[in-house]
Write a protein that binds this ligand. Structure first.
Ligand SMILES: Nc1ncnc2c1ncn2[C@@H]1O[C@H](COP(=O)(O)OP(=O)(O)OP(=O)(O)O)[C@@H](O)[C@H]1O
Length: 594
């Protein structure tokens, strides 16, 4: 349970956050505020004119004045409409401006968080924080909010006026206010907690959508559409029930307020009628009082609506705030230096690393990778090969020991200067929505046409790119053509080539391909590797036999290291792996061919 002071801090932070974003638009806010002020003035004047008609124009039969007042009321009502339009439209401009800034800020913060954060949070949930939770806050910067301020002044002015004209009547009317206040307080806490559940269940829905629509191939291949439909229906039901519960609360709030308002109105009517019967006030006074009462109830009603809006926004802001206060564990330290162009010597010095506390992946790990050589990592699944690649790119930080690159501790250099010198080609190639050209030039957006084509040629991708009618302008991804695994892989090699990294990491780059694709890629890689430091993570030992240094890993420890021939003569783990992958028959054939 969060303490009251924490909730208060969060609430004031939300207001500061949202209104700070709106600060740059103060001219619009001023226009809206003036319009709202004009609305208040007009709303105050119209009942006065009504009173004059009833108490003066009718008894004295002033026909000309009747038409004048009629025209004045129609004109004032028209102006009311204009001011209402201006205030609401202008505030929409302000709120949209503020909300898009907040959304950009949240997105900037989110993409700068480290992978650990993304491991712990589901994509659909983050998406709903960035979209619907941010939208919810938009309600706070609206003409309604601004009119709450104006309403407050109207409220005070009318109360003062009524007290001045007839203090007894005014006090009678105000006797309902404490009830209004306590009812609002009673409801506000409850409304917030049910809206928190609504937001969570909406996030669950969007998680499910994200998982299932992006994994639709798996669902279809397992024929599990119906299971997913049922699961979705279950989540929809939870969402529906939470929304129904929330609206039961928020829908019961206004009628209670309304009822209290009617009690106030009845009191005015009865007491006013009694006063009029004794000639203390006129019928016109009663009509004007009733009109003012309605005006007093307006602020109370908008206040009650606002309570609900603020509670919904607070529930949404809590979720946004959780992301905004997350500090990335992997970040540039103060006075981090820019890593100069590297040779690529890497040292893991007594490193301990775990993704999750208590589940070590590397312990007292020592590894030296020589510059401008090809070092291969082999070992069974889960032995920590990809983890080593992640640590070199500093996607995660180690818990003990240090990693050095050309003698610089990774934590001393800026992330950007490190990562721009590393190219990673991995098995699951992610292509972004856009053209083939955009995808190749992703790491170097300023690349020239010639550079892009040279990279594509070197990556053996030229033939298939040119076979598309739109060539480099062919769209790939969801709205474009579908590429085969090998084609995607070659695009990612072209992307890495264009980036021209000093250190290249191939993470099972050819594991899922057929022999022909593998050969094309191997030849593409042979243009990529010379003159760079290269770390190859391989399952297929055929691809790394010529590596300068092969490191065999088991459960996060180096069990053997050496060249292919050297390791075979050891008859250890590498030999066992090799024998598994190359049964005697193939080896005999190899020897024969040799
Ligand atoms: N993001 C993560 N969060 C938690 N644990 C992880 C994460 N990534 C990997 N692990 C765990 O760390 C260990 C090493 O994983 P890693 O991916 O480095 O192995 P690998 O040798 O590359 O395996 P494979 O050959 O199957 O890709 C495994 O036990 C794995 O479950």
């Amino acid at each position: 349970m969060k303490s009251r002071s924490h909730r208060y801090r969060l609430f004031s932070e939300m207001l500061r956050e949202v209104f700070f974003q709106a600060k740059g638009q103060w001219k619009f806010v001023l226009v809206a505020a003036l319009s709202i002020l004009a609305i208040s003035v007009l709303e105050f004047i119209i009942p006065q004119w009504t009173k004059v008609v009833i108490d003066q124009v009718i008894p004295e039969q002033q026909v000309a004045a009747l038409f004048e007042l009629g025209a004045a009321i129609v004109g004032a009502a028209l102006l009311l409409g204009v001011f209402r339009f201006v205030s609401s439209f202008v505030m929409t401009i302000v709120s949209q401006g503020a909300i898009s800034q907040l959304r950009n800020k949240l997105y900037r913060h989110t993409v700068n968080l480290d992978l650990n954060f993304f491991d712990r949070n589901r994509t659909g949930d983050l998406m709903s924080r960035l979209t619907s939770d941010v939208n919810q806050l938009q309600e706070l910067v609206s003409a309604d909010t601004l009119s709450i301020v104006a309403d407050f002044f109207t409220f005070i002015a009318i109360c003062g006026y009524l007290l001045y004209v007839d203090w007894q009547l005014a006090l009678l009317l105000m006797s309902t206010f404490p009830f209004l206040f306590y009812t609002s307080r009673f409801f506000s806490g409850r409304i917030k907690s049910v809206y928190r559940t609504v937001r969570q269940s909406s996030a669950e829905l969007s998680n499910h959508l994200q998982d299932t629509l992006s994994g639709i191939r798996v669902i279809k291949s397992f024929a599990s559409e119906n299971d997913e439909i049922d699961r979705f229906a279950g989540l929809t039901e939870i969402n529906r029930a939470s929304i129904v519960k929330a609206s039961r609360l928020s829908a019961s709030f206004p009628p209670i307020i309304e009822w209290l308002n009617y009690i106030g109105m009845t009191l005015v009517l009865l007491f006013g009628a009694w006063q009029a019967m004794h000639n203390h006030i006129t019928v016109g006074d009663i009509v004007a009082y009733l009109a003012y009462l309605r005006l007093l109830q307006g602020p109370v009603r908008s206040f009650s609506r606002m309570v609900s809006k603020i509670q919904q926004a607070s529930a949404a802001y809590e979720r946004i705030h959780e992301v905004l206060v997350t500090v990335p564990a992997v970040r540039n330290k103060e006075r981090a230096i820019i890593l100069p162009p590297i040779q690529g010597e890497i040292l893991f010095d007594n490193v301990d690393f775990a993704y999750e506390k208590g589940v070590p992946v590397l312990e007292n790990f020592y590894l030296q990778i020589e510059p401008q050589q090809v070092t291969a990592l082999v070992g069974s699944s889960g032995s920590g090969k990809s983890t080593i690649a992640h640590l070199i790119a500093r996607l995660y930080d180690v818990q003990k020991g240090a990693i050095f690159i050309d003698g610089y501790p990774l934590t001393d250099v800026t992330l950007e200067s490190l990562r721009t010198q590393i190219g990673i080609v991995s098995q699951d190639v992610i292509l972004l929505n856009g053209t083939i050209r955009d995808n190749i030039a992703y790491g170097k957006p300023q690349a020239t046409r010639e550079e892009i084509e040279a990279a594509a040629r070197a990556a053996n991708a030229l033939a298939f790119i040119e076979a598309f009618p739109q060539g480099y302008d062919t769209l790939v991804g969801e709205r474009g053509v579908k590429l085969s695994g090998g084609q995607k892989q070659r695009l990612s090699i072209a992307r890495a080539l264009l980036k021209n990294p000093r250190l290249i990491i191939l993470d099972e780059a050819t594991a899922a391909l057929d022999t022909e694709s593998e050969q094309l890629i191997q030849s593409a890689l042979s243009t990529l590797l010379p003159g760079r430091t290269c770390l190859v993570i391989a399952h297929r030992l055929s691809t790394i036999q010529s590596a300068d240094h092969i490191v065999v890993l088991e459960k996060g420890r180096i069990v053997e290291a050496g060249t292919h021939e050297g390791l075979l003569t050891l008859s250890g783990r590498y030999k066992t792996l090799y024998d598994k992958q190359f049964p005697q028959m193939i080896k005999a054939k190899e020897t024969l061919l040799a």
